[in-house]
Ligand binder design. Structure first.
Ligand SMILES: CC(C)(COP(=O)(O)OP(=O)(O)OC[C@H]1O[C@@H](n2cnc3c(N)ncnc32)[C@H](O)[C@@H]1OP(=O)(O)O)[C@@H](O)C(=O)NCCC(=O)NCCS
Length: 219
């Protein structure tokens, strides 16, 4: 890993850079939009992932944000975290209505595949206690072990919270090999509704799970 890489909490001002990283790291999702529209769509995605996550961290070099990981760890204070999530989702709805995420009509078209996706995930996700919600490193910084360091930190956080497993949904178009390399095991396979919609062909989705009492990423 680059010796100058550091880690800190995600800030709202990181959103434009993180949207740029996501647009590059997930080209299939960005491909449905042109230029600035792709970045706005990614902002919506990042805000939505931020709303449901309670762990938000970025990797930074001396000059820029180069990667991010959002995760969710089950907490005892369910009321507080649900309240926070609802507040964030309300803010997202307002931004959506104000057109901050780009064409409302285009975004509405994503509603059905997104809802199908949630249904499929609900059916297939293990009853885990922690989840990776969003994970990406800017392509020009990939392969420098920044992703592994971000994941290590999330795993340590989950362990501190007393969690026994971490799950993550991914698919054949994403870097699913990262999870295999890290020690996750494949838990489920299914036709991924959202990615299939985006790609206009059937895409296989996967769920991976890391058992923390057996592996801590240092295999
Ligand atoms: C997944 C991702 C965040 C990993 O970040 P990264 O900084 O490139 O990963 P690292 O450099 O820490 O590499 C981690 C391991 O994967 C291995 N690896 C790297 N590229 C690989 C490849 N193409 N195939 C198989 N293994 C590979 C590395 O050798 C390393 O293993 P090691 O530490 O045991 O040597 C990054 O590739 C990414 O943003 N991908 C696009 C977005 C995505 O798919 N996100 C996750 C799925 S939702």
């Amino acid at each position: 890993m680059s010796p100058t890489t550091a880690f800190r909490h995600y800030r709202r001002t990181d959103l434009p850079v993180c949207a740029g990283i996501a647009a590059e790291a997930f080209p299939l999702q960005a491909s449905r939009f042109a230029g600035e529209e792709a970045s706005r769509f990614m902002r919506a995605q990042i805000d939505a992932c931020h709303a449901v996550a309670n762990y938000h961290e970025v990797a930074v070099t001396a000059t820029e944000v180069v990667g991010l990981i959002f995760g969710r760890v089950r907490r005892r204070s369910v009321l507080i975290s649900t309240g926070q999530m609802l507040k964030r989702l309300l803010l997202i709805s307002v931004r959506f209505l104000l057109g901050r995420y780009g064409s409302r009509r285009k975004l509405i078209r994503f509603m059905n595949p997104c809802l199908d996706q949630l249904r499929v995930l609900r059916r297939n996700m293990p009853a885990g206690q922690a989840e990776v919600v969003l994970f990406a490193v800017a392509p020009k910084y990939q392969g420098k072990r920044i992703g592994r360091a971000l994941m290590d930190r999330f795993v340590h956080h989950a362990l501190r919270c007393g969690v026994k497993s971490i799950s993550v949904p991914t698919d054949e178009t994403a870097s699913f090999w990262f999870y295999e390399r890290y020690g996750f095991r494949r838990w489920a396979e299914y036709k991924d509704p959202l990615e299939s919609y985006l790609a206009d062909r059937p895409i296989t989705g996967f769920i991976y799970q890391l058992l923390l009492h057996k592996a801590d990423g240092q295999e």
